[in-house]
Structure formats: structure tokens, C-alpha cells
Design a protein around this ligand. Structure first.
Ligand code: 13P
Ligand code: SF4
Length: 337
């Protein structure tokens, strides 16, 4: 007869997550707290997670903060409430620890827009170029890169390289174009994008600006250039939150995934945050991948220690070096860590 664990393992293999019944009336928050303590699990969450997950996280941050938190954790296990490339990053930095992702289907359109075999050919066609890859990419792409960056350190990393160094920037063409403009350097851009950030409507943002003339527009650099031109501030999720805390304005038009509004509102309860509308009839810009994680899945993942993110050892070793370069440079720049 199969044990509960064996049944769970089979299910993860079929579905990518545990679709098991949770006893009615179970206090999930209390159970997750108990499991965290009993098993010494750290819960790392991105700002795009549902509010109830942000509420129980040990650390919430942008991609750089999350990578730094993963690099320095002394927990025995990591539960990553985010998407697959984030959990992979935590695993590369902690090859001997179990890294749990509540739903293995939590991918990323940007990461998917850069398949390693095609990128390898592209890279080989430009042997004199150094490859800077945005952290929103697979372990396979990280292993083909020289330095990893995030939206909070990309400009500093590009600026730190000799002026005559040719650069390939992958996979986000929008972040790449923005950094190119900021640094005045031409870079060869991979043609990838995040579909969540590409559907914001310039026209509807312009209408919002008329209705809220005192509200700064704050945008994530994954947005298209036309949208970024409308922004008063552009930065990573952590930088956007910090801006709303430090700026005297009382209302803000927020152009990124709306999960961030929970943390913004928590930091500045008396300010007003308006989510920028998308260019279609859908009412919101939720990232469907980020929103696959639920409290139930977090609880089940901790209980069964599944689904686990695994990466071949050789790939982990190759992907570590460019990631470590990013962490070392970020430390030099005084960016957390
Ligand atoms: P940051 O939180 O690093 O700004 O990244 C945003 C994002 O799109 C993550 O998928
Ligand atoms: Fe990927 Fe975009 Fe979702 Fe971030 S918001 S995880 S870049 S699809």
C-alpha cells in the first residue's frame, strides 16, 4: 500500500502541486507557523503574492532582496512564495537545502521568452559580447550568462563595466531599453517581455493622470517605453514602495502587478494607491503565475515537503558564478545584503 507521502509524490508528478483535502476548519496560519518552527523553514515571498501570504512571510522583497535573503538564511528549508525562477535562484544559492515551491506551474512569461538552446546559439554568434541577464530567467539562461542583474541593480552593473565592453542584455527588451537609455550605452537586446507589464494602457494612464493631477505615476521598468515616459518614478518593487513612503504625495498611480498595493498600503495606511489599468477589458493586471500560490498550497508544501525545486548539479554550479557576481557587486554598491 502507498504511504501518504508516496501518494503526494505521484500527485506532484502529475499536477505540479498537491491537490489534497485540507481538514475543514484547520487554522492554516497557525499550522504554517507550527511547521515553520518544527522544520526550521524560512518563508520568502515576493510582493506580488496574495496578501495573506505576504502577511505570514518571514521576508518579503524584490528579486534582489529575495536572492540576498536566500543567500544568507540559516534555515534548513526554504519555502518560496513566488515563481519558478525565484525558487531556482534560492536553490542555486543553497544547493544542499530543500527549496519548496507550492506550485511548480508558477512560471514566468519573461523567463519563457528565452529558451536556453536558442539563446546559446545567439550568444555564440557574438563571442566578443558579455552577457548580462535579468534574474527573471531560467537556470539554463543563468548558466549561459556572465552576470545576473535585477531591476534594482541593472544600471549600476552596466555602469561598472568598461565603456568599450560590448553587452548582450537578456531576456527583457523593455528593461534593457530603459537601462540603455539611462547609461547611454548601446546593448544587444534579447526580444523578451513580461506580458503582465506589457498590457498597461498609455491612454488609460493618461486619463487617470487628469483625474488625479497630484498623483505621481510610479512604474516598473518591465513596462514598455511609452508607459515609462509617463512615469515620475521608475524602479523595482522595493524601490517603488520606498518611493511611496519617502515622497510627501498622498496618492499614487501604480503601474505594476497589483499585489504590491498590499505592502504599499501597509507601509502608508493614510495614502491612496491607484492601480493602473490594462489595455483590455480585464479589470486587473494580476500575474497568473504569482497568483497560483495559496495558503492551502503553502501549508501542504510544508507538511509534505513537496513540490521541491531540483536542478542538475552541473547546471547549478555554472549558474552560481554569474549570480554570485551580482551579489558581490550589489554589496560593493551598498545595496542591502
Ligand atoms: P522586482 O520585484 O525585482 O522588481 O521584479 C518584479 C517582477 O516582475 C518579478 O517577477
Ligand atoms: Fe514573470 Fe511578469 Fe509574472 Fe514577474 S509579473 S513573474 S516577470 S510574468
Amino acid at each position: 500500500m502507498q504511504t501518504d507521502f508516496e501518494k503526494a509524490l505521484t500527485q506532484v508528478g502529475k499536477k505540479g502541486f498537491l491537490d489534497l483535502d485540507v481538514p475543514a476548519g484547520l487554522d492554516l496560519v497557525a499550522e504554517i507557523a507550527r511547521l515553520k518552527q518544527e522544520k526550521n523553514i524560512v518563508l520568502l515571498a515576493h510582493y506580488y503574492q496574495e496578501s495573506e501570504i505576504q502577511e505570514i512571510a518571514d521576508y518579503i522583497g524584490d528579486s534582489l532582496g529575495l536572492a540576498q535573503a536566500a543567500a544568507k538564511t540559516d534555515a534548513d528549508m526554504i519555502l518560496f512564495a513566488g515563481v519558478h525562477f525565484m525558487a531556482e535562484t534560492a536553490k542555486i544559492l543553497n544547493p544542499t537545502k530543500k527549496v519548496l515551491l507550492p506550485d511548480l506551474n508558477a512560471g514566468c512569461s519573461l523567463s519563457d521568452s528565452c529558451p536556453p538552446p536558442i539563446f546559446k546559439t545567439f550568444r555564440e554568434a557574438h563571442p566578443d559580447h558579455l552577457v548580462i541577464s535579468y534574474i527573471n530567467c531560467s537556470a539554463g539562461i543563468k548558466a549561459l550568462s556572465d552576470i545576473i542583474c535585477t531591476s534594482s541593480n541593472a544600471q549600476l552593473i552596466v555602469d561598472s563595466l568598461p565603456k568599450d565592453q560590448k553587452i548582450i542584455f537578456a531576456p527583457d527588451k523593455n528593461l534593457g531599453a530603459f537601462i540603455s537609455k539611462q547609461t547611454g550605452r548601446e546593448m544587444l537586446l534579447w526580444n523578451g517581455a513580461c506580458f503582465v507589464h506589457e498590457i498597461f494602457s498609455r491612454q488609460r494612464i493618461a486619463q487617470l493622470k487628469i483625474r488625479h493631477p497630484n498623483a505621481p505615476v510610479i512604474a516598473h521598468p518591465e513596462c514598455e517605453e511609452g508607459v515609462l515616459q509617463q512615469a515620475d518614478f521608475i524602479g523595482s518593487t522595493t524601490q517603488m514602495i520606498k518611493y511611496t513612503m519617502d515622497t510627501p504625495a498622498q496618492e499614487f498611480i501604480v503601474v505594476t502587478e497589483p499585489g504590491i498595493l498590499y505592502s504599499m498600503q501597509k507601509e502608508s495606511p493614510h495614502k491612496m494607491f491607484i492601480s493602473a489599468p490594462p489595455d483590455n477589458t480585464c479589470a486587473c493586471n494580476n500575474c497568473p503565475h504569482m497568483k497560483l500560490n495559496t495558503l492551502e498550497k503553502v501549508y501542504l508544501a510544508m507538511q509534505y515537503e513537496l513540490p521541491e525545486v531540483t536542478i542538475p548539479q552541473e547546471l547549478m554550479t555554472s549558474a552560481l558564478q554569474p549570480l554570485q557576481r551580482m551579489l558581490d557587486l550589489s554589496k560593493q554598491f551598498g545595496l542591502g545584503g
